[in-house]
Design a protein around this ligand. Structure first.
Ligand SMILES: [Zn+2]
Length: 101
């Protein structure tokens, strides 16, 4: 088994949330790979592409470590390219409508 490099950023899966009443969007790390807690990262506003703010970020709980914000793998669905595109759009809409945090 390969030895884990301490400096290799762990992947942190995120969901996109908006803040009610604002145009600000957040990436929510539901389970931090280091501490298991939830962290928020500003993803930009509604007019910018939130995907641009994915990638490596300092972990709020570990000042000398980073993690890589990544979208969770989408469940595989039957169908071709169009179905996949629709699934992605649906997933995004769900995240925006969710109001549980
Ligand atoms: Zn953490």
């Amino acid at each position: 088994m390969a030895k884990k490099d301490r400096r290799t950023p762990q992947q942190a899966f995120v969901t996109l949330r908006d803040m009610p009443g604002t145009r600000v969007m957040f990436w929510v790390v539901d389970t931090c790979p280091y501490c298991g807690e939830r962290h928020l990262h500003v993803a930009g506003n509604i007019r910018s592409d939130p995907g641009e703010s994915l990638g490596e970020h300092p972990a709020p709980c570990q000042p000398d470590r980073t993690y890589e914000l990544a979208l969770p793998p989408q469940p595989k669905k039957k169908g071709g390219k169009d179905a996949r595109r629709k699934a992605r759009r649906d997933a995004k809409t769900d995240a925006w409508d969710e109001d549980t945090w």
